[in-house]
Write a protein that binds this ligand. Structure first.
Ligand code: IMP
Length: 479
C-alpha cells in the first residue's frame, strides 16, 4: 500500500506553474561538471557557487563519487548528498538520474545530523534507482572475473545498477513505499542474476585471497559466508521497507521542485559527479563510469529542458589525475608524478586508492570544453605546482604512425598509443596558498592560467590555491 503522504503528494498537487520565462530576467540553471577524469574539486566549487543558488541538484552517478569540503576548519566528506547541504536555506536534491544505495545514504544523513547539519532540505527523487546488495556483489564479481583487464571500478554497484535500469529491472526509490511492489520487483530482478550469484560464491575462495587488494571493504562484504542474508528475498525486502520509512520524509517530485524555482527566476545548480572523460558515451570507453557526467545529462538526470541551462562551469585541476585503469596520455610514472601524488594528497575520497598523476592535458581539456559547451572554468590545486621549475602542458598528440593530432582522438586504438607533445612554461617557487587576489599570484602562475584559458577559449573565473573554502582567487568575468 502506498502511504497516505505519498498518495497526497502524488495527487493533491497543483498543476505545474505556467512558465513565466518569456518575461523573466535570464536566471541561470547552472551546471557544474568535471572537465578531466574526476576528483577535480567540484564539491568546493559547487559549495562556493551555491551561495547564489536556491537549490543544488545532483543529476547522475552514485556513491562512487566523493566530495570533501572544508568549512571553518571542519572537514566534511560526501558521497551521495549534494555539496549544498551545508546551507540551511537551500533545497538539496538527489535527482532521478542518480543511483543511490539507501544504506549508504542513511549513514550519511545520520552522520551529518550528528554534526548538527539540518537535513530537512534534502529531497530525493522518487524515480532515482536503488543500488541493491546484489549490484555491489555483481560489480565486484565482474571486476574479479576480468582479472588483469578489470576497469578498476569503485565496486559500489554502479554499473550493474544502471544496467538494471536500462533492462527495466531496476528498483526505484518510490518502490520502497509499497511492500508488495518492492517484493515482486526484487524477485524479478534477482531471477536472471542467480547464475552469476552462484558463480560468485564459487569465486569467494579466490576473493578471500585478494581481500588485501583494491577496495577492501566491498571485497570483504562480498566474501561473507553463505547464506548471505542480503541476498535473501525476505530479509532484503524487510530491510528496504525499513529504509523506505526512514527516507520517506525526503522523497519528493524533484523535477517539479526545479521547475518551480527556475520559473520563478531563481538559480538552480546542477552538480555533476565523476567527469567528462569518464562519460559513458564520450569518455574513454570502456574505462568509464556507467552514467553521463556531462552537462547535457543534467536535463535527463534532473528533468529539465536544455534551455533551462544558461551557464556551464567546468572544473579542472592545474594538472591531471585519474583513478582506475584506462588511457591517460600525460601520465607521469616517475618521481614527478609521485611528487604530485604526495603534495596534492591524491588519494581517492571513496576508495582511498592512489590516483595516477600527470601534466595538464589541453587537448583533452579543449575536448571537454566543447562537449559541455562550457562558459567558465575553475582551475583547482594550482598551489600543488609551486616549486616546479618548468610547467608542461600537452598541446597535441602524436600517433604511433607519426601523425600530429590536434584534437582528442575518437578511436580508442589511437588514443591508447598516442604520445603527448608539450609546450613548456616557466614555473613558480612562491607558496601561493595565502593569495586571495589575482594580483597576489606570481606572474608565472598568471601566465600559466592565461595560457590555459587562451588555448581552450574559455575564461578561468575561479582558481583554487588550497583546500579551504577561502583559499580561492576569483578572476573577473572578462579575464
Ligand atoms: P564505477 O563508476 O565505480 O563503475 O567505476 C568506473 C570508473 O570510473 C573507474 O575507473 C573509477 O575509478 C572511475 N570513477 C568512478 N567514480 C569516480 C570519481 O568520483 N572520481 C574519479 N574516478 C571515478
Amino acid at each position: 500500500m502506498l502511504s497516505a503522504r505519498a498518495t497526497e503528494d502524488a495527487g493533491m498537487r497543483r498543476p505545474y506553474a505556467r512558465s513565466t520565462r518569456h518575461n523573466a530576467p535570464v536566471m541561470p540553471g547552472l551546471v557544474i561538471v568535471g572537465a578531466q577524469w574526476g576528483d577535480e574539486g567540484k564539491g568546493k566549487v559547487t559549495d562556493l557557487l551555491a551561495e547564489r543558488a536556491d537549490a543544488i541538484v545532483r543529476f547522475q552517478g552514485g556513491n562512487n563519487a566523493g566530495h570533501t569540503i572544508v568549512r571553518d576548519g571542519e572537514e566534511f566528506k560526501f558521497h551521495l548528498i549534494p555539496s549544498g547541504i551545508l546551507y540551511p536555506d537551500k533545497a538539496c536534491v538527489i535527482g532521478n538520474g542518480v543511483v543511490l544505495d539507501p544504506h549508504i545514504l542513511l549513514g550519511e544523513i545520520d552522520g551529518l545530523r550528528r554534526r548538527g547539519v539540518d537535513m530537512n532540505n534534502l529531497k530525493i527523487s522518487a524515480n532515482a534507482h536503488l543500488i541493491m546488495p546484489y549490484h555491489v556483489l555483481l560489480d565486484t564479481a565482474g571486476e574479479v572475473k576480468l582479472g588483469k583487464l578489470s576497469l578498476g571500478t569503485t565496486r559500489r554497484g554502479i554499473g550493474p545498477c544502471y544496467a538494471d535500469k536500462a533492462l527495466r529491472l531496476g528498483i526505484r526509490v518510490q518502490d520502497l513505499l509499497d511492500e508488495k511492489i518492492l517484493r515482486a520487483k526484487i524477485r524479478t530482478a534477482l531471477e536472471p542474476k542467480q547464475q552469476a550469484l552462484r558463480e560468485l560464491s564459487v569465486q569467494r575462495r579466490k576473493l578471500r585471497k585478494e581481500a588485501g587488494e583494491g577496495d577492501r571493504e566491498s571485497v570483504e562484504q562480498a566474501i561473507e559466508d553463505a547464506p548471505d542474508p542480503r541476498i535473501d528475498l525476505h530479509t532484503m525486502t524487510e530491510e528496504h521497507i525499513n529504509y523506505g520509512h526512514r527516507l520517506e520524509p525526503h522523497i519528493a517530485d524533484t523535477a517539479r521542485l526545479c521547475w518551480d524555482r527556475l520559473d520563478a527566476g531563481k538559480t538552480v545548480i546542477f552538480e555533476g559527479a565523476q567527469a567528462t572523460l569518464l562519460d559513458l558515451d564520450h569518455g574513454t570507453y570502456p574505462f568509464v563510469t556507467s552514467s553521463n557526467p556531462i552537462a547535457g545529462a543534467a536535463c535527463v538526470g534532473a528533468g529539465i529542458g536544455p534551455t533551462d541551462i544558461s551557464e556551464v562551469w567546468g572544473v579542472a585541476k592545474a594538472y591531471a589525475t585519474r583513478v582506475g585503469a584506462g588511457p591517460f596520455p600525460t601520465e607521469l610514472t616517475d618521481e614527478l608524478g609521485r611528487h604530485m601524488l604526495e603534495k596534492g594528497h591524491e588519494y581517492g575520497t571513496t576508495t582511498g586508492r592512489e590516483r595516477r598523476c600527470g601534466w595538464m592535458d589541453l587537448v583533452a581539456l579543449r575536448y571537454a570544453v566543447r562537449l559541455n559547451r562550457m562558459s567558465s572554468l575553475a582551475i583547482t590545486k594550482l598551489d600543488v605546482l609551486s616549486g616546479l621549475e618548468t610547467l608542461r602542458v600537452a598541446v597535441r598528440y602524436r600517433s604511433r604512425e607519426g601523425a600530429l593530432l590536434d584534437s582528442f582522438p575518437y578511436h580508442q586504438s589511437i588514443l591508447h598509443s598516442a604520445t603527448p607533445e608539450y609546450d613548456e612554461l616557466p614555473g613558480f617557487d612562491e607558496d601561493i596558498t595565502a593569495c586571495r587576489d589575482e594580483a597576489d599570484l606570481p606572474p608565472q602562475a598568471r601566465a600559466y592560467l592565461d595560457y590555459i584559458a587562451d588555448f581552450v577559449g574559455v575564461p578561468i573565473r575561479l582558481v583554487g590555491v588550497g583546500p579551504s573554502r577561502d583559499q580561492i582567487v576569483w578572476r573577473p568575468e572578462g579575464a
